[in-house]
Design a protein around this ligand. Sequence first.
Ligand SMILES: [Zn+2]
Ligand SMILES: [Zn+2]
Length: 260
Amino acid sequence: MPLADTHCHLQDHRFDDDRAAVLERSLDALDWLLVVGDDLDTSRRAVAMIRDQVYAAVGLHPYHAGRLDASALELLSGLAASQGVVAIGEIGLDYYRYAETSPAEQRRAFEAQLELAATLRLPVIIHNRDADDDTAAILANARDRLPGVIMHCFGSSAAFAAKCVELGFHVSFAGNITFPKAEPLRQAAAVVPIDRILIETDSPYLAPQPVRGKRCEPLHIHHTAGCVADLKGVTLAEFAEWTSSNAARLFRVAAGPQQV
Ligand SMILES: [Zn+2]
Ligand SMILES: [Zn+2]
């Protein structure tokens, strides 16, 4: 099954004890992984994990937006030039929790990193929580200069999913779409055309239903893939082909060996 995990944090300290083993079984089960940074340190560690079938994204999450000064931007830009860095992310807005970083500071860091992505011609991985209107407005301004926009771990309404599709974005679903109470997320997936859907684990967070509450790892993506395949009315194999080719095209990653 040619599945890829387009968003995981395998550099997270929760994998310190068994990272090599997790990586090995992930790559046995999946075509490739994208390890995503959320601050300078995790971005650096994501880049250090790059190897065959392992790619990285670098960026400052809105929680860390306050740290985006000129030198941080220069460091990110240097990291982004590494072979195997395929996106800028995760970046965006999170108005759910902004004790440390005000919305204004978040917007400034978001826009600066979109500018970096545009300059480097890299797609962007967007974290958006409780900030639909501002996220859409900022991205609508920047989208013509970006090779791709991915709404990661989509958590908004079906109406907002439709708006993202209209703006030309890809929408990525994580394990929380499998939760019993996640009907609104399943409704959102229903309005996204299959050629715009990505799936991800966001490991170590959001383990899907059968393993919910445990540390998530990339091979749990099969549960999420099965759930979204059912919603789209296609077989798991068909869905895997779709979502993998969507991701391969977007991140300019060679499709896996099983893919024809
Ligand atoms: Zn996120
Ligand atoms: Zn994440």
